[in-house]
Design a binder for this molecule. Structure first.
Ligand SMILES: *[C@@H]1O[C@H](CO)[C@@H](O)[C@H](O)[C@H]1NC(C)=O
Ligand SMILES: *[C@@H]1O[C@H](CO)[C@@H](O)[C@H](O)[C@H]1NC(C)=O
Ligand SMILES: *[C@@H]1O[C@H](CO)[C@@H](O)[C@H](O)[C@H]1NC(C)=O
Length: 467
């Protein structure tokens, strides 16, 4: 016992919080209708690990130059979906280096909302000023700010609605527009007409940046402003759990027990809001097919296989949810396919699974944060060769890629069988994924990438203010 006991305490506190958050699964709902690339980021770690569990920073913070700068963050809404949570993470990173951070939410429901007030409290606790999107104070702050970050295309509405034309013009040189979506209906002049004139656009993947460039050109005859691709990173809190073998084991056992999955069974997980775009239907078909293949080929050494779909919301009673459940019944897979309600606390599920399936269809994920989160836990990924997934998963090294659409189903089934049969390949891919995360997808990598962008935007703002 040479280690200081604070380390132990810290670890246990974290674990208890995690397990508690697991038992309240389903209390916190994640909105399902946000967009096609919600960053998979249902977890950011902030909800279960508070400041007091943080370790001291080991290296100079790349965002240090933001100290004392005034930053206005404009969120299109405040909810538990990927976009707003990511902006909150940025707010905390900036607060961490002593920036003055002001937050406004453009679209708010009239009635009291529990999620919104809890998120606002969390921000206030960390020294973020939360003010109304309308009125003098917002206007004043916008004019005084060194930097304004608009989050998602939808935040563009704020510019028009809240501000006069001449004010908008004055603000444009210091606006950074952070974009996390890849859906057609965002290419509307009322949302993005000012986009070409802002200091820069920050986008989560090359695929998404490319898509925006094409679409703004083709649909609106617009040219994108200077565009920066900034891949996301795993939070420190998530990595702390991922790297703590005791915490991981406790979570794994807890989740498996709750699902009725034994330790020696193989568990494939898909962790996304349940919707056709995320491809849970095709995944379940592929899973069923993989079981057939194993039976046909008499691959006796394969352990019992289970699938878990995390992100379900049966209360919505969508056709799609019903279809998934009917399929499971029809194929008599009830004991092997498990549905889990939407939750913010995905870490326990990542700890419990052996393989992550990222089956987002069409253009795929904008980035797909769950992908790097799983890799942080040494979990290999079977993903569609689309969108941000291709920029994260190295085919054959950290996982295997299959095509989107029905054509991808058989390749996915084969890949499932491969990882079920070839234990060493599966484990090696998991380890490789972890190495890749350590190289590219940690919080400090993301901070560093964001810092480069913010520096340029500040310079741009300065240059244009002088004219
Ligand atoms: C954008 O357009 C180029 C050229 O037309 C094309 O090669 C590329 O696939 C397009 N990318 C996206 C994401 O649509
Ligand atoms: C999941 O959500 C449904 C519908 O909202 C609810 O009836 C059920 O109790 C929830 N399950 C868990 C384990 O929380
Ligand atoms: C991924 O790699 C495998 C071989 O390891 C190959 O058969 C497959 O076509 C590749 N898939 C994609 C989408 O590149």
């Amino acid at each position: 016992m040479g280690k200081p006991s604070t380390m132990q305490k810290k670890r246990w506190a974290l674990m208890i919080l995690l397990v508690l958050s697991l038992s309240t699964v389903g209390v916190i709902l994640v909105r399902s209708s946000f967009d096609s690339c919600r960053i998979g980021g249902k977890i950011t770690g902030h909800q279960f690990a508070e400041e007091k569990f943080r370790s001291a920073p080991e290296r100079p913070n790349p965002l240090g130059f933001m100290k004392s700068k005034l930053v206005l963050l404009v969120s299109h809404e405040l909810s538990l979906s990927g976009g707003p949570l990511l902006l909150m993470e940025l707010a905390f990173l900036l607060r961490g280096v002593g920036a003055e951070v002001v937050w406004i939410t453009n679209q708010k429901p009239n009635e009291e909302d529990e999620v919104i007030s809890s998120l606002e409290h969390k921000m206030l606790d960390r020294g973020v000023q939360v003010i109304s999107a309308k009125g003098e104070k917002a206007m004043d702050t916008a004019l005084k700010a060194d930097l304004i970050v608009l989050n998602t295309a939808v935040a563009g509405k704020w510019l028009d609605a809240a501000l006069k034309e001449n004010v908008v013009k004055a603000l444009l040189p210091k606006i950074l527009w952070w974009i996390h979506e890849m859906r057609g209906h965002y290419f509307k002049p009322d949302l993005v007409k000012h986009l070409p004139f802002v200091a820069g656009a920050m986008i989560d993947s090359h695929a998404t940046a490319e898509y925006w460039k094409n679409r703004t050109q083709a649909r609106l005859g617009m040219k994108m402003p200077k565009t920066y691709v900034v891949h996301l990173g795993n939070s420190k809190e998530l990595m702390e759990v991922a790297e703590d073998s005791v915490a991981k084991r406790v979570l794994r056992e807890h989740v498996r027990e709750s699902l009725g999955v034994r330790n020696e069974d193989l568990l494939f997980g898909i962790i996304n809001s349940v919707s056709r775009g995320k491809g849970q239907d095709l995944f379940l078909r592929a899973f069923q097919e993989s079981l057939e293949i194993i039976k046909e080929k008499k691959l006796l050494q394969v352990p019992t296989m289970h699938a878990v779909v995390v992100g379900s919301d049966i209360s919505k009673q969508t056709k799609f949810e019903t279809e998934l459940r009917n399929f499971v019944q029809e194929k008599k897979l009830q004991s092997y396919v498990h549905f889990v309600n939407k939750t913010l606390a995905v870490a326990p599920y990542i700890a419990a699974i052996d393989v992550l399936v990222q089956n987002s269809q069409a253009r795929g994920e904008c980035f797909g944060r769950i992908t790097i989160e799983a890799m942080g836990f040494k979990v290999p990924v079977l993903g569609t060769a689309a969108g941000g997934t291709v920029e994260i998963v190295v085919n054959g090294t950290t996982g295997l890629l299959h095509g989107a659409g029905k054509e991808g189903m058989k390749p996915l089934a084969k890949n499932i069988v491969k990882l079920a049969v070839e234990v060493e390949v599966r484990l090696t891919m998991g380890r490789n994924g972890y190495e890749r995360v350590k190289e590219m997808f940690l919080e400090h990598h993301m901070s560093h990438r964001i810092a480069l962008v913010l520096k340029e935007v500040l310079q741009h703002a300065k240059a244009h203010a002088l004219q």
